[in-house]
Design a protein around this ligand. Sequence first.
Ligand SMILES: Cc1ncc(COP(=O)(O)O)c(C=O)c1O
Length: 378
Amino acid sequence: MSVADRIHEQWRERYSDQIGRARDEVTTPALLLDLDVAKRNIAKMADNFRDLPAELRPHIKVHKSAELARMTVEAGAIGVACATAWEAKVMAESGIEDVLVANQVVHPDKVRVVAETAREHRITVAVDDPRNVDQLAAAAREVGAELELLIEIDVGMGRCGVRDREEALPVAERIAAAEGVRFRGMQGYEGHCMLEPDRDVRLEEAHKANAKLVDAVDFLAERGHPSEVVSGGGTGTWYITGAHPRITEVQAGSYALMDCFHGNLVPGGFEVALTVLGTVISTQGNTVVLDCGRKSVGIDFVTPPLAHHPDGEVRFYAEEHCLVDFPDRPPLDLGDRAEVLAGYGPTTVNLYDVFHVLEDGVVTDVWPVNPRGPGPPA
Ligand SMILES: Cc1ncc(COP(=O)(O)O)c(C=O)c1O
């Protein structure tokens, strides 16, 4: 049994009293996954990609769920992208055949994990520094594995990635010279474009970013380092980057669950599959207080609203309290349940052990969030 399956068994046991409950009967706060909606989102994106030149490699950081990852691959995705070495280990051991860590792996423990995982699984890691190439190559050699590498170039976000094509060359040369690693291609993540509200500006900025990536790919190819993979894109740009004839794969992942962060900005008709269920613990005049505060809802970038009460205005998330003001007498009374949207999917999900998986309004299973937090799997 894989680590992921063992953990699933443990959580299923721990949460067994929740399984079979109706949506409103779950102990709060709880992370609700409407599986019917998630399935529709996954099928929609798979359909979109049937008409696009690029393949889909969904980023799993939003859900950290082996079950959801497997569903996206069954729908046609070529593999998954991860943010951490630990996520990559869980995903590979859960049966995902082509796993990319779309991020730099530097701490020796994490370097060892990706190298060991690569002994039996296909693991690719993003790099932007020749010294990191040496580290990864040495670890791979030590355990008799081969790691594949994508050179990351910064395409405008200003995060990781070599700053220009000239800086990519010594990294490629180091990869070519080292045993234990193999050059697979390039990555450029246009994160700065994701939330640009003006569609024309987003298009223009993403085109610029993709042009920089492809130019670097050509620059390296002309110098003897051809890329078989050119990877980029996210939920905010899937339709732009996925349509680029030279980009081979898109790392969009949040579309599967959706959140307020992406909201209406993302074309494709994706629906919200993720909410947090709370209970009204106090009613004071036109204000109700729910038990799902910022320890239960990731509020990065936005103040997430109530799901089914457009009149209710969420004023504030305290640690364990969500304060909602209504224009007059609230439709919610003491003990009632209400759902709030996830502000940002990844930092909401990361607060929970499990998703409560709902089918037809009933909890049919709990799916682990694994690895939860930044560290190793449970
Ligand atoms: C490297 C990388 N690729 C892709 C994504 C896209 O993920 P999402 O689908 O949530 O936009 C992200 C998001 O942060 C990322 O950091």
